[in-house]
Design a protein around this ligand. Structure first.
Ligand code: GDP
Ligand code: IMO
Ligand code: MG
Length: 428
């Protein structure tokens, strides 16, 4: 039996989908524990590209069991569309998908409130994915949320909707001056979804703990990244869930004593989509080069991702708050053509050098990165699957990152396909 948590070390889109798909080969269960369809995890199998939003990437391998845990927020329409899309591509989604009855449901008023609130914020907007994630988690914490089990019970659904819609319509109509929602229409729409979701719903904590007792391997698939975590990220420019490894326990009902490994997915440079501080951002030709070569466009919203150098402070912080047992370094091949590659080892702000990531937005926004330079390797690493075959300077870059972060490297990814991978240490 083994349990492994995969989390993003930066601001999301580190290549978690590729790494999870790779490790799924040895896993029995693959579990999403937080976030919702704000995530976009890309998996390429042969010539076909799949983008998973809500369903664990494990669904692409036959015979694997996939779980959407209690910590996830579910938009039923998005989920059913994703299920239908996978089935159209010949992927089975049937008794291999389990959904926690305790997961919260995204309602249409959550999306509407988020849209208006973002508009109202103007230049201070978070740049959310517009999926209603924040307002749904806000309702969960305010203890007025609607869970999967609640939409399966028509009486409870009606009772909760009556209260919630009245309140939400007040905000929408009086505060934002837009049209509110009609109770019966929302009720009808959601009872319709309930009919299709019923077969998937259950107590997934019981299921996972039974699997542990039977000696099965469980892989937890984090969404977003450490610096988008609501507690540990660059608040308030974050998402509304715990994307860090601790979220795997609260978001699935598996105890912390059952977690064996935490692997951080670390992009060989840094990207961020949406607003918020990004100390190593490159607003020049090198940034554009990384975006083009790395195809850095959002898998969910299609927005261009902001690109920058590797940030040691951000990644070391991630190693600490997640407790990384190892790292999977991705997209090394994107750096192949560069003459010089830089690593940020400190932040300089008002005459002071920071060597740990500060929590003050003012510092993160106003600082200059202290950069160390590494000579590029200028040959293709694309598809290399043996460490010995990497050019010397690429090895030096990896070694330098390993030393500065203080965590061993388990995997190096040199392309988006499964076999474009160097395995240094076995995960399961
Ligand atoms: P996730 O959200 O962390 O799963 O990452 P995304 O799927 O949003 O973005 C990662 C992108 O990089 C996807 O298009 C992947 O196919 C691609 N990718 C992953 N690993 C590698 C790699 O090692 N090299 C290259 N060139 N692309 C990669
Ligand atoms: P994956 O799992 C990158 C960002 C949004 C925005 C902020 C809040 O593919 O790595 P939200 O809609 O969650 O309230 O938006 O978080 N964001 C992501 N950025 N990858 C993601 O997921 C993200 N999910 C949310 O751009 O800045
Ligand atoms: Mg993504």
């Amino acid at each position: 039996m083994s349990t492994v948590v995969i989390t993003g070390a930066q601001w999301g889109d580190e290549g978690k989908g590729k790494i999870v798909d790779l490790l799924t080969e040895d896993a029995d269960y693959i579990v999403r524990y937080q976030g919702g369809h704000n995530a976009g995890h890309t998996v390429v199998i042969g010539d076909e590209e799949f983008i998973l939003h809500l369903i664990p990437s494990g669904i692409l391998r036959p015979g694997k069991k996939c779980v959407i845990g209690n910590g996830v927020v579910i938009d039923p329409h998005a989920l059913l569309t994703e299920i239908d899309g996978l089935r159209e591509k010949g992927i089975e989604v049937k008794d291999n998908l389990f959904i926690s009855g305790r997961a919260h449901i995204i309602m249409p008023y959550h999306r509407a409130i988020e849209k208006e609130s973002e508009k109202q914020k103007g230049s201070l907007r978070i740049g959310t994915t517009g999926r209603g994630i924040g307002p749904t988690y806000a309702d969960k914490m305010a203890r007025v949320g609607i869970r999967v089990v609640d939409i399966l019970d028509e009486e409870i659904l009606m009772e909760k909707l009556m209260i919630n819609i009245q309140e939400m319509n007040y905000f929408l109509e009086r505060l934002y001056g837009v049209k509110g929602f009609v109770l019966d229409e929302v009720y009808k729409e959601y009872t319709g979804y309930a009919a299709r979701l019923r077969d998937f719903a259950g107590d997934t904590s019981v299921l996972l703990n039974q699997a542990l007792a039977e000696g099965k391997n469980i892989l937890f698939e984090g969404a977003q990244g450490t610096h988008l975590d609501v507690d540990h990220g660059t608040y308030p420019y974050v998402t509304s869930s715990n994307a860090t490894a601790g979220g795997a326990c609260t978001g699935s009902g598996v105890g912390p004593t059952e977690i064996n490994k935490v692997v951080g997915v670390v992009k060989a440079y840094t990207t961020r989509v949406g607003s918020g501080p990004f100390p190593t951002e490159l607003k020049d030709a090198t940034g554009e080069f990384l975006r083009d070569k790395g195809r850095e466009y959002g898998a969910t919203t299609g927005r261009p991702r902001r690109c920058g150098w590797f940030d040691v402070l951000a990644t070391r912080y991630a190693a600490r708050v997640n407790g990384f047992t190892g790292m999977a370094i991705t997209k090394l091949d994107v750096l192949d053509d560069l003459d010089e590659i830089k690593i940020c080892t400190g932040y300089s702000f008002e005459g002071k050098i920071y060597s740990e990531m500060p929590s003050e937005l003012k510092v993160l926004e106003g600082c200059e990165p202290v950069l160390e330079s590494i000579e590029g390797w200028k040959v293709s690493t694309s598809g290399i699957s043996k460490y010995e075959e990497l050019p010397l300077n690429a090895k030096k870059y990896i070694e330098r990152i390993k030393d500065l972060i203080g965590v061993e490297v388990d995997i190096i990814s040199t392309g988006f396909r499964r076999d474009e991978t160097i395995i240094l240490r076995k995960i399961f």
